[in-house]
Design a protein around this ligand. Structure first.
Ligand code: PMP
Length: 366
């Protein structure tokens, strides 16, 4: 039994909602994990009990995401932000260039970090229209000799998402999937690397998932520190140093929950159904609510919108808070409203938000 009776509709952008049943299971196992007499947090990361948890999380990722044999799954720390630095450190050799597709604030950060390491350039950008869409695939340019092309699959702040990915052939495509990993089936073999902080779709913060094609690991830059080489983590099964063991346990449990939901095809259907409720409330409002993203680029994960005028918008957010909705404020850099409907956000929360939006409009429209 959870001690807190307060229940909220959690639309936080990250860290964000986790499945209630996973939290309850974790609570029941917290003090005495599988009759060991101790918590998973108190256990050696070299123990057989922990290793089983660790390997199960990796195996579940491989099976849910249909990750081919020629990829390594790494469980790292430092968030997606550390990957912004590690990717060019590992893969961008001197004399080479890397292309970055600019679709929002996070791609901007990735590019900036790349610049501190090597020669990187913009492969396309929608900055001019305040990132209200992702670049058309036909606008993305790169060179065949580039070290990699970097893309952000879902733009958490602006609420846009790539529906398809560029075909980069021999140039490895590297995707930051922090805010939509495992929200839909993806052909992993099209990517050289996929990475994501766990704290939106996969579990608590503190764990970062990196899925890397094995041949790329054979050519990482040898001159960087050991801890920063992807190959170090790959050859040590992500146990080179002490891993965030509790976070990895939670990751495995969330993945188990996703298996029970019916896998990624079903999860995608659920996500489509949830997002549609809120997009419909925007589209059917006659302009009372306006979406930030162009329709063809809309994200199933982060739904960004504005309310008719600024006074009403403040009131909307205040009344929503009062009614138990959490996390609906847009990112501090863009304002407005944002509902993050990640995998673990229940349909009922989206139904409640749709109803709240309709009621608010009926009450306040002049
Ligand atoms: N990329 C994207 C798309 C994100 O949404 C975020 C976090 N909101 C990050 C990167 C940064 O992740 P972290 O905080 O794990 O470094």
């Amino acid at each position: 039994m959870l001690s807190s009776k307060k229940s909220v509709y959690n639309f936080n952008a990250g860290p964000s909602a986790l499945p209630r049943e996973v939290l309850e299971k974790a609570q029941s196992e917290l003090v005495d994990f599988k009759d060991s007499g101790m918590s998973i947090m108190e256990m050696s990361h070299r123990s057989a009990t922990y290793e089983e948890v660790h390997n199960q999380a990796i195996e579940r990722l491989k099976s849910l995401f249909s990750i081919p044999e020629n990829y390594e799954v790494l469980l790292l720390q430092g968030g997606a932000s550390l990957q912004f630095a590690m990717i060019p450190m590992n893969f961008l050799a001197s004399g080479e260039k890397a292309a970055y597709v600019m679709s929002g604030a996070w791609s901007d950060k990735a590019l900036k970090e790349g610049k501190t390491i090597g020669d990187v350039y913009e492969a396309a950008s929608t900055k001019e229209t305040n990132y209200n869409k992702v670049p058309d695939l036909s606008e993305i340019t790169w060179n065949e000799e580039d070290a990699y092309v970097h893309i952000t699959s879902n733009n958490t702040i602006f609420g846009t998402q790539f529906q398809e990915f560029p075909e980069t052939n021999d140039v490895p495509l590297i995707a930051d999937m922090s805010s939509d990993i495992l929200s839909r089936p993806i052909d992993v073999s099209k990517f050289g690397m996929i990475y994501a902080g766990a704290q939106k779709n996969l579990g608590p913060s503190g764990v970062t998932v990196a899925i890397i094609r094995k041949d790329l690991l054979e050519n990482v830059n040898e001159s960087i520190p050991t801890i920063l080489k992807y190959s170090t983590h790959a050859s040590n099964n992500s146990l080179y140093n002490t891993p965030p063991s509790f976070g990895i346990y939670m990751l495995g449990e969330v993945l188990g929950w996703m298996e029970k939901q019916g896998g990624l095809e079903q999860i995608q259907k659920n996500n489509e159904e949830k997002a549609k409720l809120i997009y419909d409330a925007i589209d059917n409002s006659g302009g009372f609510y306006t979406g930030h993203a162009e329709k063809g680029s809309r994200s199933l994960m982060n739904i960004t919108f504005r309310v008719a005028d600024e006074v009403l918008e403040k009131q909307f957010l205040a009344e929503a808070k009062e009614a138990g909705f959490v996390g609906l404020n847009g990112h501090r850099s863009v304002g407005g409203c944002r509902a993050s409907a990640y995998n673990s956000v229940p349909l009922a929360a989206c139904q409640a938000l749709e109803q709240f939006m309709k009621n608010f409009q009926a009450k306040h429209q002049k």
